[in-house]
Design a protein around this ligand. Sequence first.
Ligand SMILES: [Zn+2]
Length: 403
Amino acid sequence: MNFLLARKSVTQSYSPSKAVLSLMQDFRRMTNDCIRIGLLHDVSNMKKLCSLTYRELGRNNNVLSYYKLCANSKASGILASRNKSIKRGFKTKNPYVKKPILVSCYYFRIVDGKLRFPLGNKAFETIPLTRHALSIISDPSFKINSFTLTEHSLSLCISKDVPEIEGTTGTVGIDRNLRNLTVGNEKFVKYYDVGEIVRIAERTRSIVRSFARNDVRIRRIISSKYGTRRRERSKRIQHLISKDIVKNAREQKKAIVFEDIRNIRNMYKKGSGQGRAYRGMMNNWEYSETKREIEYKAAWEGVPIIHLTRKETRGTSLDCVGCGERLQEPLKNDVQHKRQLWCEKCKRWLDRDHVAVMNISHRGWLRFSQSKGIGSEAMVQERGFDTLILKVDPMKLQIKYRK
Ligand SMILES: [Zn+2]
Protein backbone atom coordinates (compact mmCIF):
# COMPACT_ATOMS: atom_id res chain seq x y z
CA MET A 1 0.00 0.00 0.00
CA ASN A 2 1.29 3.47 -0.88
CA PHE A 3 0.96 6.30 1.58
CA LEU A 4 0.94 10.01 1.04
CA LEU A 5 1.90 12.38 3.82
CA ALA A 6 -0.81 15.01 4.11
CA ARG A 7 -0.30 18.22 6.06
CA LYS A 8 -2.75 20.81 7.18
CA SER A 9 -2.95 23.54 9.76
CA VAL A 10 -5.71 24.78 12.02
CA THR A 11 -5.65 28.36 13.24
CA GLN A 12 -7.46 30.22 15.97
CA SER A 13 -7.22 33.75 17.28
CA TYR A 14 -5.14 34.32 20.36
CA SER A 15 -3.48 37.12 22.26
CA PRO A 16 -0.31 36.26 24.20
CA SER A 17 0.28 36.94 27.89
CA LYS A 18 3.27 39.00 29.01
CA ALA A 19 5.46 35.97 29.72
CA VAL A 20 4.69 34.42 26.34
CA LEU A 21 5.25 37.69 24.54
CA SER A 22 8.71 38.04 26.06
CA LEU A 23 9.52 34.49 25.00
CA MET A 24 8.29 35.34 21.51
CA GLN A 25 10.54 38.39 21.43
CA ASP A 26 13.49 36.24 22.52
CA PHE A 27 12.65 33.79 19.78
CA ARG A 28 12.51 36.57 17.22
CA ARG A 29 15.89 37.90 18.32
CA MET A 30 17.46 34.42 18.21
CA THR A 31 16.08 33.83 14.72
CA ASN A 32 17.53 37.14 13.55
CA ASP A 33 20.89 36.24 15.10
CA CYS A 34 20.85 32.96 13.21
CA ILE A 35 19.93 34.70 9.96
CA ARG A 36 22.76 37.20 10.43
CA ILE A 37 25.30 34.44 11.07
CA GLY A 38 23.92 32.40 8.19
CA LEU A 39 24.31 35.34 5.81
CA LEU A 40 27.82 36.02 7.07
CA HIS A 41 28.98 32.47 6.38
CA ASP A 42 26.65 31.89 3.43
CA VAL A 43 25.04 28.89 5.08
CA SER A 44 21.41 27.84 4.93
CA ASN A 45 21.79 24.20 5.92
CA MET A 46 20.28 23.71 9.37
CA LYS A 47 22.96 21.40 10.69
CA LYS A 48 25.78 23.73 9.71
CA LEU A 49 23.87 26.74 10.98
CA CYS A 50 23.40 25.04 14.36
CA SER A 51 27.12 24.47 14.80
CA LEU A 52 27.88 28.08 13.81
CA THR A 53 25.27 29.70 16.04
CA TYR A 54 25.83 27.42 19.02
CA ARG A 55 28.03 29.84 20.95
CA GLU A 56 26.08 32.96 20.09
CA LEU A 57 22.76 31.51 21.22
CA GLY A 58 24.38 29.94 24.29
CA ARG A 59 24.46 33.39 25.89
CA ASN A 60 20.68 33.40 26.13
CA ASN A 61 20.63 31.40 29.33
CA ASN A 62 17.02 32.00 30.18
CA VAL A 63 15.70 30.42 26.99
CA LEU A 64 15.18 26.67 26.80
CA SER A 65 17.63 24.99 24.49
CA TYR A 66 15.05 23.39 22.21
CA TYR A 67 13.61 26.80 21.38
CA LYS A 68 17.11 27.69 20.17
CA LEU A 69 16.98 24.68 17.91
CA CYS A 70 13.60 25.77 16.55
CA ALA A 71 14.94 29.30 15.95
CA ASN A 72 17.74 27.73 13.95
CA SER A 73 15.27 25.74 11.94
CA LYS A 74 13.13 28.83 11.27
CA ALA A 75 16.20 30.81 10.21
CA SER A 76 17.43 28.10 7.90
CA GLY A 77 13.99 27.99 6.28
CA ILE A 78 14.07 31.75 5.69
CA LEU A 79 17.60 31.58 4.29
CA ALA A 80 16.71 28.70 2.01
CA SER A 81 13.77 30.57 0.53
CA ARG A 82 16.02 33.60 0.04
CA ASN A 83 18.47 31.41 -1.88
CA LYS A 84 15.61 30.16 -4.00
CA SER A 85 14.57 33.72 -4.87
CA ILE A 86 18.14 34.61 -5.80
CA LYS A 87 18.37 31.55 -8.00
CA ARG A 88 15.23 32.65 -9.83
CA GLY A 89 16.72 36.10 -10.34
CA PHE A 90 14.52 38.15 -8.00
CA LYS A 91 15.81 41.14 -6.12
CA THR A 92 16.17 40.25 -2.43
CA LYS A 93 16.88 42.21 0.69
CA ASN A 94 18.54 40.70 3.71
CA PRO A 95 15.74 38.87 5.51
CA TYR A 96 14.71 39.95 8.98
CA VAL A 97 11.92 38.81 11.32
CA LYS A 98 10.00 41.91 12.40
CA LYS A 99 7.18 40.55 14.48
CA PRO A 100 7.39 38.41 17.63
CA ILE A 101 6.83 34.75 16.89
CA LEU A 102 7.27 31.34 18.48
CA VAL A 103 7.49 28.07 16.60
CA SER A 104 8.14 24.82 18.37
CA CYS A 105 7.86 21.12 17.80
CA TYR A 106 9.20 19.96 21.19
CA TYR A 107 7.64 19.18 24.56
CA PHE A 108 4.19 20.53 24.03
CA ARG A 109 1.02 18.64 24.82
CA ILE A 110 -2.72 18.90 24.43
CA VAL A 111 -4.23 18.34 27.88
CA ASP A 112 -7.94 18.75 28.61
CA GLY A 113 -8.56 20.74 25.47
CA LYS A 114 -5.64 23.06 26.17
CA LEU A 115 -2.26 23.50 24.58
CA ARG A 116 0.45 23.31 27.23
CA PHE A 117 4.06 24.26 26.56
CA PRO A 118 7.07 25.13 28.75
CA LEU A 119 8.29 28.69 29.24
CA GLY A 120 11.45 27.82 31.16
CA ASN A 121 12.17 27.79 34.90
CA LYS A 122 9.55 25.04 35.31
CA ALA A 123 6.77 27.41 34.30
CA PHE A 124 4.16 26.42 31.77
CA GLU A 125 1.66 28.24 29.65
CA THR A 126 -1.74 26.79 28.80
CA ILE A 127 -3.91 28.06 25.98
CA PRO A 128 -7.51 26.85 25.69
CA LEU A 129 -8.27 25.64 22.16
CA THR A 130 -11.47 26.55 20.39
CA ARG A 131 -14.15 23.99 19.67
CA HIS A 132 -13.33 24.08 15.97
CA ALA A 133 -9.64 23.35 16.57
CA LEU A 134 -10.46 20.53 18.99
CA SER A 135 -12.95 18.93 16.62
CA ILE A 136 -10.30 18.82 13.92
CA ILE A 137 -7.47 17.41 16.04
CA SER A 138 -9.75 14.90 17.79
CA ASP A 139 -9.07 12.30 15.06
CA PRO A 140 -6.62 9.78 16.60
CA SER A 141 -4.89 9.13 13.26
CA PHE A 142 -3.63 12.73 13.19
CA LYS A 143 -0.25 13.71 14.45
CA ILE A 144 0.30 17.19 15.79
CA ASN A 145 3.70 18.24 14.50
CA SER A 146 4.21 21.74 15.80
CA PHE A 147 2.56 24.92 16.98
CA THR A 148 3.12 28.52 15.90
CA LEU A 149 2.26 31.57 17.94
CA THR A 150 2.02 35.09 16.60
CA GLU A 151 0.65 38.23 18.22
CA HIS A 152 -2.84 37.42 17.00
CA SER A 153 -3.03 33.73 16.25
CA LEU A 154 -2.19 30.23 17.31
CA SER A 155 -1.89 27.57 14.66
CA LEU A 156 -1.27 23.88 14.94
CA CYS A 157 0.33 21.90 12.15
CA ILE A 158 -1.24 18.47 11.82
CA SER A 159 -0.39 15.60 9.54
CA LYS A 160 -1.57 12.12 8.72
CA ASP A 161 -0.57 9.25 6.49
CA VAL A 162 -3.24 8.81 3.88
CA PRO A 163 -3.37 5.58 1.89
CA GLU A 164 -3.36 6.36 -1.81
CA ILE A 165 -6.59 5.38 -3.51
CA GLU A 166 -6.21 1.95 -5.05
CA GLY A 167 -7.31 1.14 -8.55
CA THR A 168 -7.08 4.54 -10.18
CA THR A 169 -9.06 4.26 -13.39
CA GLY A 170 -7.70 7.26 -15.23
CA THR A 171 -6.63 10.85 -15.06
CA VAL A 172 -8.11 14.31 -15.27
CA GLY A 173 -6.05 17.14 -16.63
CA ILE A 174 -6.25 20.65 -15.25
CA ASP A 175 -5.79 23.58 -17.59
CA ARG A 176 -5.40 26.89 -15.81
CA ASN A 177 -6.34 30.02 -17.70
CA LEU A 178 -6.81 33.58 -16.57
CA ARG A 179 -10.60 33.55 -16.77
CA ASN A 180 -11.46 29.89 -16.63
CA LEU A 181 -10.29 26.63 -15.21
CA THR A 182 -10.94 23.53 -17.27
CA VAL A 183 -10.88 20.05 -15.81
CA GLY A 184 -11.39 16.86 -17.74
CA ASN A 185 -10.24 14.09 -20.03
CA GLU A 186 -11.45 12.41 -23.22
CA LYS A 187 -14.79 11.46 -21.61
CA PHE A 188 -15.89 14.65 -19.92
CA VAL A 189 -14.91 18.29 -19.55
CA LYS A 190 -15.95 20.66 -16.82
CA TYR A 191 -15.56 24.44 -16.83
CA TYR A 192 -15.10 26.66 -13.84
CA ASP A 193 -15.50 30.37 -14.42
CA VAL A 194 -12.86 32.32 -12.50
CA GLY A 195 -13.44 35.61 -14.30
CA GLU A 196 -14.72 37.02 -11.02
CA ILE A 197 -11.17 36.87 -9.63
CA VAL A 198 -9.96 39.07 -12.48
CA ARG A 199 -12.84 41.47 -11.91
CA ILE A 200 -12.12 41.67 -8.16
CA ALA A 201 -8.47 42.46 -8.89
CA GLU A 202 -9.45 45.14 -11.43
CA ARG A 203 -11.87 46.78 -9.03
CA THR A 204 -9.29 46.77 -6.23
CA ARG A 205 -6.74 48.37 -8.52
CA SER A 206 -9.12 51.12 -9.56
CA ILE A 207 -10.08 51.81 -5.92
CA VAL A 208 -6.46 52.05 -4.81
CA ARG A 209 -5.69 54.27 -7.78
CA SER A 210 -8.45 56.67 -6.78
CA PHE A 211 -6.80 57.63 -3.48
CA ALA A 212 -6.04 61.27 -4.01
CA ARG A 213 -4.30 62.26 -0.83
CA ASN A 214 -0.61 62.63 -1.31
CA ASP A 215 0.61 60.71 1.72
CA VAL A 216 2.54 57.51 1.13
CA ARG A 217 2.03 56.16 4.65
CA ILE A 218 -1.76 56.41 4.62
CA ARG A 219 -1.94 55.15 1.07
CA ARG A 220 0.14 52.14 2.02
CA ILE A 221 -2.10 51.27 4.95
CA ILE A 222 -5.33 51.59 3.00
CA SER A 223 -4.07 49.73 -0.03
CA SER A 224 -2.81 46.89 2.14
CA LYS A 225 -6.29 46.67 3.66
CA TYR A 226 -7.86 46.45 0.21
CA GLY A 227 -5.23 43.95 -0.85
CA THR A 228 -6.14 41.66 2.04
CA ARG A 229 -9.80 41.97 1.15
CA ARG A 230 -9.08 41.10 -2.45
CA ARG A 231 -7.00 38.08 -1.46
CA GLU A 232 -9.66 36.76 0.90
CA ARG A 233 -12.37 37.09 -1.71
CA SER A 234 -10.48 35.38 -4.50
CA LYS A 235 -9.29 32.68 -2.12
CA ARG A 236 -12.90 31.88 -1.28
CA ILE A 237 -13.69 31.28 -4.97
CA GLN A 238 -10.59 29.15 -5.46
CA HIS A 239 -11.36 27.15 -2.33
CA LEU A 240 -14.80 26.15 -3.57
CA ILE A 241 -13.46 25.16 -6.98
CA SER A 242 -10.51 23.13 -5.69
CA LYS A 243 -12.77 21.36 -3.21
CA ASP A 244 -15.15 20.36 -6.00
CA ILE A 245 -12.34 19.16 -8.27
CA VAL A 246 -10.81 16.94 -5.57
CA LYS A 247 -14.20 15.57 -4.56
CA ASN A 248 -15.03 14.57 -8.15
CA ALA A 249 -11.60 13.05 -8.69
CA ARG A 250 -11.96 10.98 -5.54
CA GLU A 251 -15.42 9.72 -6.47
CA GLN A 252 -14.37 8.75 -9.97
CA LYS A 253 -10.99 7.36 -8.84
CA LYS A 254 -8.99 9.64 -11.09
CA ALA A 255 -5.52 11.01 -10.62
CA ILE A 256 -5.07 14.75 -11.12
CA VAL A 257 -2.54 15.99 -13.69
CA PHE A 258 -0.94 19.43 -13.70
CA GLU A 259 1.07 21.00 -16.47
CA ASP A 260 4.26 22.91 -15.69
CA ILE A 261 3.70 26.64 -16.29
CA ARG A 262 6.14 27.95 -13.74
CA ASN A 263 8.01 30.27 -16.08
CA ILE A 264 4.93 31.83 -17.60
CA ARG A 265 5.74 35.22 -16.06
CA ASN A 266 8.67 35.48 -18.47
CA MET A 267 6.12 35.94 -21.25
CA TYR A 268 4.79 39.15 -19.71
CA LYS A 269 7.98 41.03 -18.97
CA LYS A 270 8.57 44.69 -19.73
CA GLY A 271 9.48 45.25 -23.35
CA SER A 272 7.59 42.22 -24.61
CA GLY A 273 5.39 44.42 -26.81
CA GLN A 274 2.28 44.04 -24.67
CA GLY A 275 0.36 46.87 -23.07
CA ARG A 276 0.88 47.86 -19.47
CA ALA A 277 -2.65 46.98 -18.39
CA TYR A 278 -2.44 43.59 -20.06
CA ARG A 279 0.88 42.80 -18.45
CA GLY A 280 -0.45 43.93 -15.07
CA MET A 281 -3.44 41.64 -15.44
CA MET A 282 -1.38 38.63 -16.50
CA ASN A 283 1.18 39.15 -13.74
CA ASN A 284 -1.61 39.38 -11.17
CA TRP A 285 -2.86 35.96 -12.17
CA GLU A 286 -2.54 33.62 -9.20
CA TYR A 287 -2.09 30.41 -11.10
CA SER A 288 -0.20 28.59 -8.36
CA GLU A 289 -2.72 29.26 -5.60
CA THR A 290 -5.23 26.96 -7.29
CA LYS A 291 -2.56 24.33 -7.66
CA ARG A 292 -1.47 24.63 -4.03
CA GLU A 293 -5.02 24.19 -2.81
CA ILE A 294 -5.75 21.23 -5.04
CA GLU A 295 -2.46 19.58 -4.05
CA TYR A 296 -2.98 19.66 -0.32
CA LYS A 297 -6.65 18.74 -0.53
CA ALA A 298 -5.85 15.85 -2.83
CA ALA A 299 -3.13 14.61 -0.48
CA TRP A 300 -5.63 14.73 2.37
CA GLU A 301 -8.04 12.55 0.38
CA GLY A 302 -5.41 10.18 -1.02
CA VAL A 303 -5.88 11.30 -4.62
CA PRO A 304 -2.63 10.89 -6.59
CA ILE A 305 -1.20 13.98 -8.28
CA ILE A 306 0.97 13.90 -11.39
CA HIS A 307 3.14 16.81 -12.43
CA LEU A 308 4.11 16.90 -16.06
CA THR A 309 7.64 18.04 -16.75
CA ARG A 310 8.26 21.08 -18.90
CA LYS A 311 9.09 18.86 -21.81
CA GLU A 312 5.87 16.95 -21.40
CA THR A 313 3.89 20.18 -21.07
CA ARG A 314 5.19 21.52 -24.37
CA GLY A 315 2.47 21.71 -27.00
CA THR A 316 -0.39 20.56 -24.77
CA SER A 317 -2.52 23.43 -25.98
CA LEU A 318 -1.36 23.29 -29.58
CA ASP A 319 -1.39 19.66 -30.70
CA CYS A 320 -4.51 18.04 -32.11
CA VAL A 321 -6.02 15.40 -29.83
CA GLY A 322 -7.06 13.31 -32.80
CA CYS A 323 -3.98 13.23 -34.99
CA GLY A 324 -1.19 15.10 -33.17
CA GLU A 325 -0.95 17.76 -35.88
CA ARG A 326 -0.04 21.31 -34.84
CA LEU A 327 -3.27 23.32 -34.65
CA GLN A 328 -3.86 26.72 -36.23
CA GLU A 329 -5.16 29.89 -34.60
CA PRO A 330 -8.31 31.47 -36.10
CA LEU A 331 -8.05 34.81 -37.85
CA LYS A 332 -8.30 37.88 -35.65
CA ASN A 333 -11.69 38.99 -37.03
CA ASP A 334 -13.19 35.50 -36.89
CA VAL A 335 -15.69 35.99 -34.05
CA GLN A 336 -17.42 32.69 -34.65
CA HIS A 337 -14.38 30.63 -33.70
CA LYS A 338 -13.26 32.45 -30.61
CA ARG A 339 -11.11 30.26 -28.33
CA GLN A 340 -11.06 27.53 -31.00
CA LEU A 341 -8.30 25.99 -33.07
CA TRP A 342 -8.30 24.50 -36.55
CA CYS A 343 -6.84 21.12 -37.43
CA GLU A 344 -5.80 21.03 -41.07
CA LYS A 345 -5.53 17.24 -41.13
CA CYS A 346 -8.88 16.42 -39.49
CA LYS A 347 -10.57 19.45 -41.09
CA ARG A 348 -12.38 20.50 -37.95
CA TRP A 349 -12.50 23.16 -35.25
CA LEU A 350 -11.47 22.14 -31.74
CA ASP A 351 -12.09 23.95 -28.48
CA ARG A 352 -8.85 25.38 -27.13
CA ASP A 353 -9.55 24.36 -23.52
CA HIS A 354 -10.74 20.87 -24.46
CA VAL A 355 -7.55 20.29 -26.40
CA ALA A 356 -5.43 21.32 -23.42
CA VAL A 357 -7.14 19.16 -20.81
CA MET A 358 -7.26 16.12 -23.07
CA ASN A 359 -3.57 16.37 -23.87
CA ILE A 360 -2.60 16.99 -20.26
CA SER A 361 -4.74 14.14 -18.98
CA HIS A 362 -3.45 11.78 -21.66
CA ARG A 363 0.21 12.55 -21.06
CA GLY A 364 -0.33 12.24 -17.33
CA TRP A 365 -1.91 8.84 -17.75
CA LEU A 366 1.02 7.68 -19.87
CA ARG A 367 3.38 8.45 -17.03
CA PHE A 368 1.11 7.19 -14.26
CA SER A 369 0.41 3.84 -15.87
CA GLN A 370 4.09 3.32 -16.50
CA SER A 371 5.09 4.11 -12.94
CA LYS A 372 2.42 1.82 -11.52
CA GLY A 373 3.16 -0.97 -13.97
CA ILE A 374 -0.42 -0.90 -15.22
CA GLY A 375 -0.66 -2.48 -18.64
CA SER A 376 -0.30 0.19 -21.25
CA GLU A 377 -2.86 -1.47 -23.51
CA ALA A 378 -5.34 1.12 -22.31
CA MET A 379 -3.51 3.59 -24.49
CA VAL A 380 -4.99 4.19 -27.89
CA GLN A 381 -2.02 3.87 -30.15
CA GLU A 382 -3.48 5.16 -33.38
CA ARG A 383 -4.09 8.63 -31.95
CA GLY A 384 -0.75 9.83 -33.18
CA PHE A 385 0.87 10.63 -29.87
CA ASP A 386 4.52 10.03 -29.27
CA THR A 387 5.34 6.36 -29.43
CA LEU A 388 5.01 4.60 -26.13
CA ILE A 389 8.12 4.00 -24.13
CA LEU A 390 8.13 0.40 -23.05
CA LYS A 391 7.65 -0.18 -19.37
CA VAL A 392 10.96 0.25 -17.63
CA ASP A 393 11.21 -1.25 -14.22
CA PRO A 394 8.07 0.21 -12.67
CA MET A 395 9.26 -0.73 -9.18
CA LYS A 396 12.02 1.86 -9.35
CA LEU A 397 9.58 4.69 -9.94
CA GLN A 398 7.27 3.46 -7.26
CA ILE A 399 9.79 3.54 -4.45
CA LYS A 400 9.46 7.20 -3.69
CA TYR A 401 5.79 6.73 -2.89
CA ARG A 402 6.23 3.61 -0.82
CA LYS A 403 6.19 3.84 2.90
ZN1 LIG B 1 -6.25 16.54 -36.14
